[in-house]
Each structure stands twice: as C-alpha cells, then as structure tokens.
Design a binder for this molecule. Structure first.
Ligand code: SF4
Ligand code: SF4
Ligand code: SF4
Length: 321
C-alpha cells in the first residue's frame, strides 16, 4: 500500500523548527518509514512544479513553519492548502506570527532602510533596494514581494491543527505526527498541547505567596534568580500566567523565565493583554506616580509581552504605517 504523503515547508523561519524535526533523532526513522516526504526544501531537492502537478488533496498533511512575510511564501502555502487534506501550523511563527512578527512595529520602507542603508556594516551609496522586478539585457530578474505586514499561517490559509512552541518539543511533534497518521483526529483547530496555563503545571507555582505583590521589576541578567522560586514573586517578568502549558517547563527548568512561545490558552484572546492584566493586579503601588516608577522598569513592553504573538494580537501591527 502506498505510504501517506507528507510535505514540510518553511516560510519566514529561523530554521529552528527544521532542527526540531531533525532533533527527533532515531524517532525520525519511524516517521520516514511511515510516510513519503514529497517536499522538504531545507533538507532535500524538490521542484515546486512537481507539487503543482499533484492532484488536489493528494498530500495527507503539510507541516508548515514560519510566518508569512512575502509573496512566494503566500503562493506556496496556498498551493499546499489546495494539495493537502490537512495543514498543521508548526511552531510559534506559523501559529502566532512569532518573533518575525515583531517586525510589525515597522513597515517595509523602514525595514529596508535599516537593513540596506543604516547598519554600520552596509555600504550603499546609490540607495539600491531589492525590487520585485529588475530588467537586465538578458531578461527580467524577479524577487518575491516583501509585504508590509507579517502574518500567521491562519491569517493566510485555513489551518487544521497547531503544534505550538519555539520550536515545538520533540515529544509533542511525535504525538502530533502519530495522532494525524492514526486517523483518529482531534477537533479542527486543536492546539496540540496542554489546555492548562504554564503556571498550573510549573513546579515553582507552590512557592507563590498567598498574596503576591511586587514593588520592583528586575531583569534576569541583573540578578541571580533563585532556582526554586516563582520568577514573578521575585519581581522578574515571567509570562507563564498568560501562556499555554505543555512545553515541559523548558525555560523554567533552565532557570529562565517563560517568554510565552506556546501562546495563550483557548480562553485568552490576547496573550499580551492577559499578562498585562495579571501584572497590574500584583504591582504594589499606592499612587499613580509610584505605579509609573515601577512600570518604567519594563524595558520594551511590546517585545516582552508580545514576543511571539504580535500579528495575532488585537494590536496586530503598528498603526498608521
Ligand atoms: S517558531 Fe521559533 S524555532 Fe520555529 S521558525 Fe519560528 S523562531 Fe524559529
Ligand atoms: S509565573 Fe513563571 S515561575 Fe511563576 S509559577 Fe508561573 S510559570 Fe512558574
Ligand atoms: S517556558 Fe515558555 S517560552 Fe519556554 S518553552 Fe515553555 S512556553 Fe516556551
């Protein structure tokens, strides 16, 4: 019997989600044994035209990582949607917009000026910027169009399931793959992780005082964090209260506070706003001035509260650009 066909594709991605597949170690052999990989640009040479020639819905599942930032990525994910029975948003960038989504605080012009003009290592006296089409004597050279706004996968195509995390942990990847191959599918839209918040599963939760108050916010590099105590109780920002559990408390176990890569739980519409609300309830200030003094210690609130979820937040992007 023919094996089910599987595609892996990356959009605006750091490559870490591809590494996560390789990190399956010997388990990857079980996957390769069970499926026929028909597209995996980072690892093997495939041609887009071969995918175009396939009948619609002939791929069982496409795992797509990275956010959607340019016209080539948009074209390929739409093609994969057409050719696939199931599409899985793989990793925080596809799920929520991810770290590339923080570029939504700027527009294309500002990004190009920084990348191709203002950086100290760039010499560009003629102001040459990438163009979608360049005419040369031999013909036309084309580049994908770079969009103003970074999108999550489901802001571009219909998505069936989500594997969260930056990158998703190997045990969750295997669980997702085996579930999809079993045919015993969870409800559409399921995020394959815990339904609880990270705080609920965090071993440090028990160290939270009954009434938690903070008078000062400290950055992780400014202190030696107690390896047993809740970060928030120590005044160190930890986005655990607004984050879905299921990562195995990876950062916490390394004595690093959570930055929210699993995204919000399903009751939460906006992860950053949820965390802000949790933080506001524990800041111990009696006057507006006192509160201002404490909150001014938060450096880069967008980058901190929306590190992984700006494109799918209510804010979505900087307005008026
Ligand atoms: S989710 Fe994380 S590891 Fe995966 S592509 Fe995005 S930044 Fe890289
Ligand atoms: S705030 Fe962070 S350290 Fe504290 S219980 Fe929640 S996840 Fe754990
Ligand atoms: S602790 Fe937070 S940032 Fe770290 S892997 Fe888990 S969800 Fe992601």
């Amino acid at each position: 019997m023919a094996k089910p066909k599987v595609a892996l594709y990356w959009c605006a991605s750091c490559g870490g989600c591809e590494e996560a597949v390789v990190d399956l170690a010997e388990d990857i052999l079980k996957v390769v044994d069970a499926v026929d990989i028909i597209l995996w640009p980072v690892a093997m040479d495939f041609k887009y035209k071969d995918i175009e020639a396939m009948p619609d819905k002939s791929i069982l599942v496409s795992f797509i990582n990275g956010s959607v930032r340019n016209s080539e990525q948009e074209h390929i994910v739409k093609l994969l949607r057409q050719k696939s029975q199931l599409v899985v948003a793989f990793g925080a960038c596809a799920h929520l917009g991810g770290i590339p989504g923080l570029a939504n605080v700027a527009n294309r012009k500002e990004i190009f000026e920084t990348a191709y003009k203002l950086t100290h290592t760039t010499v560009n006296p003629n102001n040459v910027y990438p163009q979608p089409v360049t005419e040369i004597p031999q013909g036309k050279l084309t580049l994908p169009e770079f969009y103003d706004t970074v999108k999550s996968l489901d802001q571009t195509i219909d998505v069936d399931y989500y594997l969260p995390g930056c990158a998703p942990p190997p045990d969750l990847i295997m669980k997702g793959v085996l579930t999809l191959l079993s045919g015993n599918l969870p409800p559409k839209g399921t995020v394959i992780a815990s339904e609880k918040s990270l705080c609920e599963t965090c071993p440090r939760n028990k160290t939270k005082p009954d009434k938690m108050v903070i008078k000062e916010i400290k950055r992780i590099h400014e202190v030696i964090a107690d390896p047993e105590k809740c970060f928030l109780a120590e005044g160190i920002i930890c986005v655990g209260p607004a984050t879905r559990g299921g990562c195995g408390e990876r950062c916490i176990n390394a004595n690093i506070p959570c930055r929210g890569c699993f995204g919000p739980t399903k009751e939460v519409i906006d992860q950053g706003a949820k965390f802000l609300s949790a933080l506001a309830s524990i800041i111990d200030a009696n006057t507006e001035e006192e509160a201002k003094k404490i909150t001014e210690q938060i450096i880069d609130p967008i980058g901190l509260f929306y590190m992984y979820s700006l494109p799918t937040s209510i804010l979505r992007r900087k307005q008026g650009v």
